[in-house]
Design a protein around this ligand. Structure first.
Ligand code: SF4
Ligand code: SF4
Length: 425
């Protein structure tokens, strides 16, 4: 198999791959966290009682790494208070009650041919665009790397089982993805645009091949998890290895998710900030769906629109089963939420002893020794954890997936990371 070392082949359960995206009716209330990205939180620009319009900027920051946030519906600001994100953190949020009118404020459209690189970059920032594949790094910063790059790699891999939001986006709005990629290539000053798609989405490959003729090239990849991670993707597509602690620009490339490319198109050509995204709602719900959802919409509202949950629910996960976060209360969709997965009751298997089979080592795409790391964390030997590169673990979950003894390796490693951080304080 071409590509990167390690990885696994979880059972693909793309229940919604052939379901056209539906537009979710406007929610009566949205909760918009003032930080939905990696970086500094925004300061609120509105007060309780303010009337806002869809697309209005309601939070911004002067910090170098941050991205503004916008109202996703029109209505009244009824509260500003800390609310839980899908990741579990609490962040100051603006709560807006809908007036049912959905009145918009848009920015003037730009002609990407005539606009300068700086104007385009500023527009991407003003639109509050962040990486929509999951990490949520502000896009205007990624598009302004400190080193020269030669390749823009558009990530249409979507390797987590269950999630189909990017697949549908490519099929339904592929033109906008390609146009967004062209704008990003202009900002970066690169000639080469590659679009990576796994071979379990042949319709998207064919469609994007047609749309990108003369603009870029589609690279078909064998399906393997966690190929969507940008460092593994770069290895698989370009054979370039991002050094430990480095970033893709260190090997001459920038990776952007297909949803991010579409958001750049919206911001530049239509003047629309990032206020909505496609979310796959799947698992134990009456009718799994792909939904176009306003940012800030509560998960419960999404589940209601899919006919509610069925059977006994074990947990609701924001994201996929491999890397998602279990949510313990109602949380809102944020810019990085690609999936809401309802998992049913299954018999919890008991942890057994490590039989030193080495499967976790074979599966680890970061070349770590998960079995050894578990021992070190449990012995609280955090110095040794550092030496064995525990912090390079990207929590992909491959090791736990293959472990026949059901050792909760990722959970233990997460605890280990907390221990290492305490050590460093
Ligand atoms: S140790 Fe970390 S990086 Fe390696 S397989 Fe496990 S979760 Fe993935
Ligand atoms: S896969 Fe599980 S049982 Fe096998 S070596 Fe790793 S931790 Fe031990």
């Amino acid at each position: 198999m071409s590509g990167f070392k390690g990885g696994v082949h979880p059972k693909i359960q793309k229940l919604t791959g052939y379901k056209k995206t539906e537009v979710l009716p406007l929610p009566p209330r949205v909760v918009i966290p003032l930080r939905q990205h990696l970086g500094a939180p925004c300061d609120p620009l509105v007060e309780k009682g303010a009337q806002v319009k869809t697309g209005q900027k309601i939070g911004d920051s002067t910090a170098p790494v941050s991205a503004p946030v916008h109202a996703s519906i029109s209505g009244t600001v009824v509260e500003l208070s800390p609310k839980r994100l899908p990741t579990g953190e609490k962040v100051l949020s603006v709560i807006i009650d809908s007036d049912g009118k959905d009145e918009w404020i848009k920015m003037p459209a730009l002609d990407p041919e005539k606009s300068s690189r700086e104007e385009l970059l500023q527009r991407v920032r003003e639109a509050g665009i962040v990486g929509m594949g999951g990490a949520g790094f502000p896009t205007h910063i990624k598009l302004n790397p400190p080193k020269k790059v030669d390749t823009l790699l558009i990530n249409g891999v979507e390797c987590e089982p269950y999630i189909t939001a990017d697949h549908r986006l490519m099929l339904e709005e592929g033109e906008k993805v390609v146009e967004g990629a062209k704008i990003m290539a202009k900002i970066l000053g690169v000639e080469r645009i590659l679009i990576a798609i796994e071979d379990n989405k042949p319709d998207a490959i064919e469609h994007m091949q047609k749309l990108s003729e003369g603009v870029g090239r589609v690279v078909k990849l064998k399906t393997k998890y966690p190929q969507g991670d940008e460092r593994h993707l770069l290895k698989a597509v370009l054979g370039r290895e991002v050094p430990a602690g480095g970033l893709p620009f260190d090997v001459g490339a920038v990776v952007q998710n297909v949803g991010t490319a579409k958001a750049v198109y919206d911001a530049v050509k239509l003047g629309i900030p990032l206020v909505e995204r496609i979310v796959t709602v799947t698992g134990e719900v009456a009718e799994p769906k792909n939904l176009r959802v306003r940012v800030g919409t509560p998960f419960t509202y999404l589940l209601q629109q899919c006919g509610g949950t069925v059977g006994k629910v074990r947990k609701v996960v924001a994201g996929g089963p491999m890397m998602g976060f279990a949510v313990h209360e109602d949380v809102p969709v944020i810019k990085t939420t690609g999936c809401v997965l309802v998992m049913g009751e299954v018999k919890e298997e008991e942890e057994g002893p490590c039989i030193r089979c080495g499967r976790c080592i074979e599966a680890c795409p970061m070349s770590l020794m998960p079995t050894h790391l578990v021992k070190l964390v449990r012995a609280k030997d955090f110095e040794a954890c550092l030496q064995y590169n525990l912090l390079s673990c990207d929590e992909c979950g491959c090791c736990a997936y293959v472990c026949p003894s059901k050792i909760p390796i990722v959970h233990v490693i997460r605890e280990g990371k907390k221990g290492v951080r305490r050590l460093r304080k």
